[in-house]
Design a binder for this molecule. Structure first.
Ligand code: DP6
Length: 360
């Protein structure tokens, strides 16, 4: 089994003075949710997600050799402008991954990053952002040690991304990714995300995700605080074993193409995630009235038209509407006609399953 030690790079002999790389990495949407973690970003339960295609972060990493004075040195630009308030997060990320990437203190970096989705849209950019940065760091590592394999490159990128933000480890690859040890998923690991190993039924190819922006405000609960709520939570152990069970079920569903069962698992997972927040101490309600309006409209539409459309939620009020590609026109018409009115400024984003990080 692969252990953390396997990701310590102490075999870099090549040298480089300066250069730059550019990678894009997408966001992802969990079907079985990660909620609760142990020390060192180890998840309390396994999760599975669809990698998205359009919502992504594009990050350019410039590097110049410097004296190793024991410090990290970097500038940060967001959409071309210096962004001081993002710096502590990057500093902390560098500190966490330094053990595995000891060359980080040998360079001065310029990190130039932008998102394809609107700023403060309520869409978490930590997954795509950390994944894009991790890919760039691995490109540098590959220059310093050209012997690393393609498999190691992507595994370590996911491993590093996880240390930045747990869900980010699921944004390196597509189109369906599992993170966390699970008895029935071969190769699964708590340390990095792996591509779903079985063949995915055609019903789930090109699955669509339309993100309805219900509330674009600042997150009420940061994910770090949120995960901590699972410590001492009265339902924690049950929830963690339920996630294992739901992952087994969704594995069968993705193989067999059973969309009806898919809907049940995915919606139940979303509501369970919110139920965990509502029953923790302190407790939170992250849905807004319009979130519930949308859910009820989706249920009504599904009942009346038998269209296989369902919803999922992150730790916020926005609604991800999931549906197969062959009902796209019908669902978009429904969204435009009946759901857009519940979105802040009528805003929504059309996305679909994608393939993971790409070098530009
Ligand atoms: C509700 O990955 O944002 O989206 O590891 O603290 O950065 P950190 O948390 P984060 O948590 C995401 C939680 C979730 C569910 C999921 O994506 O699985």
């Amino acid at each position: 089994m692969i252990s953390e030690k396997d990701f310590i790079q102490n075999n870099y002999t090549a040298s480089v003075e300066s250069g730059n790389f550019e990678w894009s990495a997408p966001s992802n949407i969990a079907l079985v949710k990660y909620w609760g973690k142990k020390d060192k970003q180890i998840p309390a339960n396994p999760s599975i997600s669809f990698t998205l295609n359009n919502c992504k972060t594009i990050t350019k990493l410039g590097f110049t050799k410097k004296e190793n004075d024991g410090n990290f040195s970097f500038n940060l630009l967001f959409e071309g402008q210096p962004k001081e308030d993002f710096k502590p997060k990057i500093q902390k990320f560098f500190e966490r991954i330094f053990e595995y990437c000891p060359y980080l203190k040998d360079f001065h970096f310029t990190i130039d990053t932008q998102n394809t989705f609107p700023h403060s849209s309520g869409i978490a950019s930590s997954a795509s952002g950390m994944a894009a940065l991790a890919m760039n760091i691995m490109s540098l590592e590959k220059v310093l040690n050209p012997t690393i394999s393609e498999e190691y490159f992507f595994q370590k990128a996911s491993f590093l991304a996880r240390l930045g933000s747990g869900s980010a480890c699921r944004s390196v690859k597509g189109s369906v990714v599992v993170w966390g040890n699970h008895a029935e998923i071969s190769g699964s690991s708590d340390l990095f995300g792996v591509e779903f190993p079985s063949t995915i039924h055609n019903n789930f190819k090109n699955y669509q995700d339309t993100i309805l922006l219900v509330d674009k405000g600042e997150k009420q609960v940061s994910s770090t605080v949120g995960h901590d709520l699972m410590f001492g939570h009265p339902f924690a152990e049950k929830r963690f074993s339920q996630a294992h069970h739901n992952l087994s079920s969704i594995k069968n569903v993705l193989e067999s193409g059973d969309v009806e069962q898919f809907i049940k698992i995915v919606e139940s997972e979303a509501l369970t995630l919110h139920a965990m927040m509502m029953t923790s101490m302190p407790y939170f309600i992250l849905m807004k009235p319009n979130t519930l309006e949308i859910i009820n409209k989706i249920w009504k539409f599904r009942n009346e038209t038998q269209t296989p459309v369902c919803f999922t939620l992150d730790a916020g009020a926005n609604v991800h509407v999931l549906y197969p590609e062959n009902v796209k026109e019908k669902v978009l018409q429904f969204i435009k006609g009946e759901l857009v009115g519940y979105c802040q400024n009528g805003q929504y984003i059309c996305d679909e399953i994608g393939l993971g990080a790409l070098m530009i």
